[in-house]
Design a protein around this ligand. Structure first.
Ligand SMILES: C[S@@+](CC[C@H](N)C(=O)[O-])C[C@H]1O[C@@H](n2cnc3c(N)ncnc32)[C@H](O)[C@@H]1O
Length: 318
C-alpha cells in the first residue's frame, strides 16, 4: 500500500491460453495487443513466437510501466486508442498484421489504484478516465441533466432504479468522491448490507463506460481490426459483460454472413458484401479452475474469427 491507498496487485490475464490458441500464432508473426494493460497477452504472444508485438493502451500509466513489465525488444508500445490502430500502424509503415487481441474493460491496476476513482472499495476523487484526460466522473455527475444521468445508468448499467438514483445524485450535488456516490446509490436503490449484489457496481460501470465511450470504441476497434488484418489473420476479443459481448457477437455474425436479404425496411443493397470473417468460433468462458484462481474472470467471454480476403466492410449495416 502507498500513501494514496494504492494496492499493487498484478493484473492476472483472463482466458490467456484460450486467446493464444485462437490467435494461432506462427513463428515471426506480427501481432497487435490492442489493450496492453499489464502486458499479460503481449507476454504470451511473444512466448508463442511472435516476431513483433505492437501494444496499444490509452492509459499513460500502462504505457509508462509497460517497458519494465515486458522488457523485450520485439515490443513497440503506443499510447493511443485501439479504434485508431489501422491508421497508427500505417503511420509506422505497417500494412497488415497476422493477429489482433482485444481485452475489453479496465485492468486490475486501474481498479486497484484508488486515486483513479474506478472503484468504490476505497474512498477517492471520482475520476474514472482511462486516458487521464477529458471530463472526470465528478464533472459529469455535477454538470449533466438528470435525464442524461438516467440514460447513462439505463443504457450502460442496465439499472432498473435509474430514475431514483439520478434524482438522488442531482439532489446531493456536488458529488466528488467514490464513497459519497456509492452511499447515494445504495440509499436510493434501497440497498441493505449483506444483500448479494451492490447497486453501486452498476452505477460505477455505467459512468465508466459513458465517460470513456467504451461501446463506441469497441465497435470502432472491431472495424479498425478488420481493416488491419491480413487475409487469414486472426481476431480474438474478450469481453466482460453482455453489452460488450452483444457488439462482438453481432459484428462477427454480420461480417461472416455476407449481406442480409433486403427487406421492406432495408432495400436490397446495391453493393452486396462478401464475408470479411470466417471460422467464427463458439464463445469460450473461463474454466472452473480459472474462476477459482481469478474471480475477476467471472463474466469473461472470448469470441474469435479468421479474416477472409474480402474487403473490409464500412461501418454498421443499420
Ligand atoms: C482488461 S485490461 C487488459 C489487460 C491485459 N490483457 C493484460 O493481460 O495485462 C484493459 C486495458 O485496455 C485499456 N483500454 C481500454 N479501452 C481502450 C481503448 N479504446 N484503446 C486502448 N486501450 C484501451 C485500458 O486502459 C486497460 O489498460
Amino acid at each position: 500500500m502507498t500513501s494514496t491507498g494504492t494496492h499493487t496487485a498484478p493484473h492476472v490475464p483472463v482466458l490467456v491460453n484460450e486467446v493464444i490458441a485462437a490467435l494461432a500464432i506462427h513463428s515471426g508473426d506480427l501481432c497487435v495487443d490492442g489493450t496492453f494493460g499489464a502486458g499479460g497477452y503481449t507476454r504470451a504472444m511473444l512466448a508463442a513466437g511472435a516476431g513483433r508485438v505492437i501494444g496499444f493502451d490509452r492509459d499513460p500509466d500502462a504505457i509508462e510501466q509497460g517497458r519494465s513489465l515486458v522488457p523485450d525488444s520485439r515490443l513497440t508500445l503506443v499510447e493511443e486508442r485501439f479504434s485508431q490502430m489501422d491508421r497508427l500502424l500505417a503511420e509506422r509503415g505497417i500494412g497488415t498484421v497476422d493477429a489482433i487481441a482485444l481485452d475489453i474493460g479496465v485492468s486490475s491496476m486501474q481498479l486497484d489504484r484508488s486515486d483513479r476513482g474506478f472503484s468504490f472499495q476505497a474512498d477517492a476523487p471520482l475520476d474514472m478516465r482511462m486516458s487521464q484526460s477529458g471530463m472526470t466522473a465528478a464533472e459529469f455527475l455535477n454538470e449533466a441533466d438528470e435525464a442524461e444521468i438516467v440514460r447513462v445508468l439505463r443504457d450502460y448499467g442496465e439499472e432498473p432504479r435509474a430514475r431514483a438514483i439520478a434524482r438522488a445524485i442531482v439532489a446531493a450535488r456536488p458529488v466528488e468522491r467514490t464513497g459519497q456516490l456509492a452511499a447515494i446509490v445504495r440509499r436510493a436503490a434501497g440497498f441493505r448490507p449483506g444483500q448479494k449484489s451492490d447497486p453501486a457496481t452498476r452505477t460505477f460501470q455505467a459512468i465508466r463506460i459513458h465517460l470513456n465511450a467504451e461501446l463506441d470504441e469497441l465497435q470502432e476497434g472491431l472495424e479498425a481490426a478488420e481493416r488491419a488484418l491480413k487475409p487469414g489473420g486472426r481476431l480474438a476479443v474478450v469481453t466482460f459483460h453482455s453489452l460488450e459481448d452483444r457488439i462482438v457477437k453481432r459484428f462477427f455474425r454480420e461480417r461472416s454472413g455476407g449481406s442480409p436479404a433486403g427487406s421492406r425496411h432495408r432495400p436490397e443493397l446495391a453493393d452486396p458484401k462478401r464475408p470479411s470473417f470466417e471460422r467464427v468460433a463458439k464463445p469460450v468462458a473461463p474454466t472452473e479452475r480459472e474462476l477459482a484462481a481469478n474471480p475477476r474472470s467471472r463474466s469473461a467471454k472470448l469470441r474469435s474469427a479468421v479474416r477472409t480476403s474480402a474487403s473490409a466492410w464500412e461501418g454498421r449495416l443499420q
